[in-house]
Design a protein around this ligand. Structure first.
Ligand code: HEC
Length: 121
C-alpha cells in the first residue's frame, strides 16, 4: 500500500515535471525554421536571403538576434494589445498561423543566416 502510494507520487511528480519543463527544454530547430520560411512568403518582401528587402519599408532580418526576432513576431501576433503589441496589418496577417514553437524555430533559423546588420559605435 505504501509502495503504491510512493509509486503514484513519483509518477505524478514525473508527469508534472514533464509538463513544467518541456516548454523550456525545447531546443530551437533550425531545419524546421528553414522549412517554415521556405513554405511561407517571407522572401517576397524581406528578400530571398532575408537581407535584401524589395523595398525600404521592409526590414532586413538575416542575422538579427533570435530573442529580438521572436519578440517582434510575437508582438505582431499580439497586435491588439496596446502595451506589448505591434500594430502592423501586413505582419499581423503573416504571423497568425504560427505556434510559439514555430516562432522560436523561425527566429533561430533567421539568426543563423549571414546578415549585414552591424553595430556601429
Ligand atoms: C507582404 C510583405 C511581408 C511578408 C510576406 C513578410 N513580411 Fe515581415 N515585415 C514586413 C513589414 C512591412 C515589416 C515592418 C512592419 C513594421 O513596421 O512593424 C516586417 C517586419 C518583420 C519583422 C520585424 C523586424 C524588426 O527588425 O523589427 C520580422 C521578424 C518579420 N517581418 C519576419 C517575417 C517572417 C518570418 C515572414 C514570413 C513568415 C515575413 N516577415 C513575411 C513585410 C512582410
Amino acid at each position: 500500500m505504501i509502495l503504491m502510494r510512493i509509486d503514484s507520487f513519483v509518477c505524478a511528480f514525473a508527469a508534472l515535471g514533464v509538463l513544467f519543463i518541456s516548454p523550456f527544454s525545447h531546443a530551437a530547430d533550425l531545419a524546421r525554421g528553414r522549412a517554415l520560411v521556405e513554405r511561407s512568403t517571407c522572401a517576397a518582401c524581406h528578400g530571398k536571403d532575408l537581407k535584401t528587402p524589395v523595398s525600404a519599408d521592409y526590414p532586413k532580418l538575416a542575422g538579427q538576434h533570435a530573442d529580438y526576432l521572436y519578440a517582434a513576431m510575437r508582438a505582431y501576433q499580439n497586435g491588439g494589445n496596446s502595451i506589448i503589441g505591434r500594430k502592423n496589418p501586413i505582419m499581423a496577417a503573416q504571423m497568425q498561423s504560427f505556434s510559439q514553437r514555430d516562432l522560436h524555430d523561425l527566429a533561430a533559423y533567421i539568426e543563423s543566416l549571414p546578415g549585414d546588420l552591424v553595430l556601429k559605435k
